[in-house]
Design a protein around this ligand. Structure first.
Ligand SMILES: CC(C)(COP(=O)(O)OP(=O)(O)OC[C@H]1O[C@@H](n2cnc3c(N)ncnc32)[C@H](O)[C@@H]1OP(=O)(O)O)[C@@H](O)C(=O)NCCC(=O)NCCS
Length: 139
């Protein structure tokens, strides 16, 4: 395979967003499944919390903590074998907090790839000092 062919065959599908920041890509494992054989929602929530923290952490330039999950929607079940991509956009920067929207897309059926939006969430993170108290977001 030439370098160009390798690049073409490893490119993310065009159906994935190009205007949002990719903050995490992960493949769920069988240990992450629920009693139905789909991926356990609590595992997805943990990944969303991690993915959501990436941009607030850059903005806050230091420690942050999750203060609120304002909204969380599981739009479609996630199957073992789906490749999950987490995209984030900053919705609000306050005095001490940053609110982000996280969208999760599944790539399934690698032989004829299908891209499905599976989850949407909105979370708020607070910049904290050494004592765990809110601190100003640097401007
Ligand atoms: C996050 C924490 C430090 C905030 O302390 P606090 O004294 O409640 O802080 P404040 O009331 O001053 O709020 C701080 C910011 O959070 C925002 N905030 C507080 N509660 C919120 C809520 N329910 N939803 C959205 N934003 C919220 C405030 O609007 C404020 O933002 P701003 O300064 O940008 O306007 C404190 O609540 C805490 O330590 N929580 C536990 C966090 C944690 O352990 N998370 C991990 C999950 S287990």
């Amino acid at each position: 395979m030439t370098h160009a062919e390798i690049q073409a065959s490893t490119q993310a599908p065009a159906a994935l967003p190009a205007d949002k920041e990719l903050v995490l890509r992960v493949l769920p494992m069988p240990a992450d499944s629920n009693a139905n054989g789909d991926v356990f929602g609590g595992w997805i929530m943990a990944q969303v919390d991690l993915a959501g923290s990436v941009l607030p952490s850059r903005i806050a330039k230091g420690r942050i903590t999750t203060v609120a999950v304002n909204q969380f929607v599981f739009k479609q079940p996630v199957s073992i074998g789906d490749l999950l991509s987490f995209y984030a956009t900053v919705e609000r920067v306050g005095n001490t907090s940053v609110t982000v929207r996280v969208e999760v897309y599944a790539e399934r059926n690698p032989a004829d790839v299908q891209v499905v939006k599976v989850t949407e969430a909105n979370l708020t993170y607070v910049a904290i000092d050494r004592d765990g108290k809110p601190r100003q977001i640097p401007r």
